[in-house]
Design a protein around this ligand. Structure first.
Ligand code: PHB
Length: 355
C-alpha cells in the first residue's frame, strides 16, 4: 500500500514523496519582484515532494494585495529564476501558481486606480487590504466579451514566463473566490453571454485557460486548483455538488494534469456538504487534496487510494523539514499567525529544523 513516502510520477517528473507544499500568500515581495529572502524560504522547503509557489499575479490587474509577486515582467522572471535555482540546487521541484484575483482587489492596487475586473459587477462583502490599510471592497467592472481573449492570453504568457523562470510546471488557481472561481460559481457570475448561465458556459474561461497553457506546457506539468464550497472571499454556488461534478468531468476531458481540491470551507461558515469521493471519481488524472490534513488523515487518504498527493499549508510555514519530521514522527513547530503576511525573515525563514 502506498504511503506519504512512496514516490509518485507526474508524467516524467518523479516526486520523491506525496507531501506537497501548498500555495501560500506571504506578501514578502515589495514591488512585486521575488527576493533572495523568498529564494531562501523555498530552498529550505525543497524536501517537499513538490512545492507549489504562492500565487503569482499574471498581470498588473491580477494583483489584490500589497507585497504579492508577479510573473509578467522581466524583473519578476529574473527574481523567480533565483527562487527556482535555489530549490533545484537543494534537490527540489517547484510549480508556480498562476493567479488573477478578479474582483478581490481595489482601485488603490490597480493600474490607473481603475476598478477591479470580474465576470459581473457584484461587490464582495467585506474589506480588502490596501497599502493604506483595510478598505471596503468596491463594485468591480464586468469584463466585456471582447476582453476575455486578453485574459486568456495573459495566462498563456505567464506560463511562458514561468518556463523562462525555471519552474517545473504551473498550477492554475481556479479556487478561493478569485477570478476563475468567480466565473465558475453562480453567486458571482450573472453573465448572459457564452461565459455565464449554464455550467458549461461558466467553465468556458477555465477551459480556455487550460487549453492556452497546454500550448506552453505538457499536460502533466499543469495543475488546476478548485475549492467547490469554500466561502472565502464572499463566494458561493447554489448547487456546488452538481456544478463541480460537471466542472471536474469537463476538466478531466481536456487535461491529465493533477487536480488540487481544497475541501470544505476555510472560513468555517459552513459544514462540508459536497461528496468529494464523487469528484475524485469524476477525475482520471492525479488527485491532490488539501485543507486541514494531518499526518494520520493524509496517510489514510493515500493508503485508501482516495488521493495521490496531499498538500500541507500551515505545517510547511512552521516546519521547513516537514517531510523529515513526518518520517521520524517528530513534534511539529507551531506557526505564528502574526507573521503570516508581510514582514521579513521573522516567522518566514527562522523556523528551526530538527537537530
Ligand atoms: C490569503 O491571502 O489568505 C489567500 C490568498 C490566496 C488564496 C487563499 C488565501 O488562494
Amino acid at each position: 500500500m502506498p504511503d506519504l513516502f512512496t514516490p509518485f510520477d507526474l508524467g516524467d517528473l518523479t516526486l520523491p514523496n506525496r507531501i506537497v507544499m501548498a500555495p501560500m500568500t506571504r506578501n514578502r515581495a515589495p514591488d512585486t519582484v521575488p527576493t533572495d529572502l523568498m529564494a531562501e524560504y523555498y530552498r529550505q522547503r525543497a524536501t517537499a515532494g513538490l512545492i507549489i509557489s504562492e500565487g503569482a499575479a499574471i498581470s498588473p490587474q491580477a494583483i489584490g494585495y500589497p507585497g504579492v509577486p508577479g510573473i509578467y515582467s522581466e524583473a519578476q522572471v529574473a527574481g523567480w529564476k533565483r527562487v527556482t535555482d535555489a530549490v533545484h540546487e537543494a534537490g527540489g521541484r517547484i510549480f508556480i501558481q498562476l493567479w488573477h484575483v478578479g474582483r478581490i482587489s481595489h482601485p488603490d492596487l490597480q493600474p490607473d486606480g481603475a476598478p477591479p475586473l470580474a465576470p459581473s459587477a457584484i461587490r464582495p462583502a467585506g474589506e480588502v487590504v490596501t497599502f493604506e490599510g483595510p478598505k471596503p471592497f468596491v463594485t468591480p467592472r464586468a469584463l466585456d466579451l471582447a476582453e476575455i481573449p486578453q485574459i486568456v492570453d495573459q495566462y498563456r504568457q505567464a506560463a511562458v514566463n514561468a518556463k523562462q523562470a525555471g519552474f517545473d510546471g504551473v498550477e492554475i488557481h481556479a479556487a478561493n473566490g478569485y477570478l476563475l472561481d468567480q466565473f465558475l460559481r453562480d453567486g458571482t457570475n450573472q453573465r448572459t453571454d457564452a461565459y455565464g448561465g449554464s455550467v458549461e458556459n461558466r467553465f468556458r474561461l477555465l477551459g480556455e485557460v487550460v487549453e492556452a497553457v497546454k500550448h506552453v506546457w505538457p499536460e502533466h506539468r499543469i495543475g488546476v486548483r478548485l475549492s467547490p464550497e469554500n466561502r472565502f472571499n464572499d463566494i458561493a454556488d447554489a448547487n456546488p455538488q452538481a456544478t463541480f461534478e460537471e466542472i471536474v468531468t469537463r476538466l478531466s476531458a481536456i487535461t491529465s494534469g493533477y487536480l488540487h481540491v481544497l475541501e470544505g470551507d476555510m472560513t468555517g461558515q459552513s459544514e462540508p456538504a459536497v461528496d468529494y469521493a464523487c469528484l475524485r471519481a469524476a477525475y482520471h488524472g492525479p488527485y491532490m487534496v488539501n485543507n486541514g490534513y494531518d499526518f494520520a488523515r493524509a496517510t489514510d487518504a493515500i493508503a485508501s487510494g482516495y488521493a495521490d498527493l496531499v498538500s500541507f499549508g500551515r505545517p510547511f510555514i512552521a516546519n521547513p523539514d516537514l517531510v523529515e519530521r513526518f518520517r521520524r514522527g517528530a513534534p511539529l513547530n507551531e506557526p505564528d499567525e502574526a507573521t503570516f503576511y508581510g514582514g521579513g525573515a521573522e516567522g518566514y525563514t527562522d523556523y528551526p529544523f530538527l537537530e
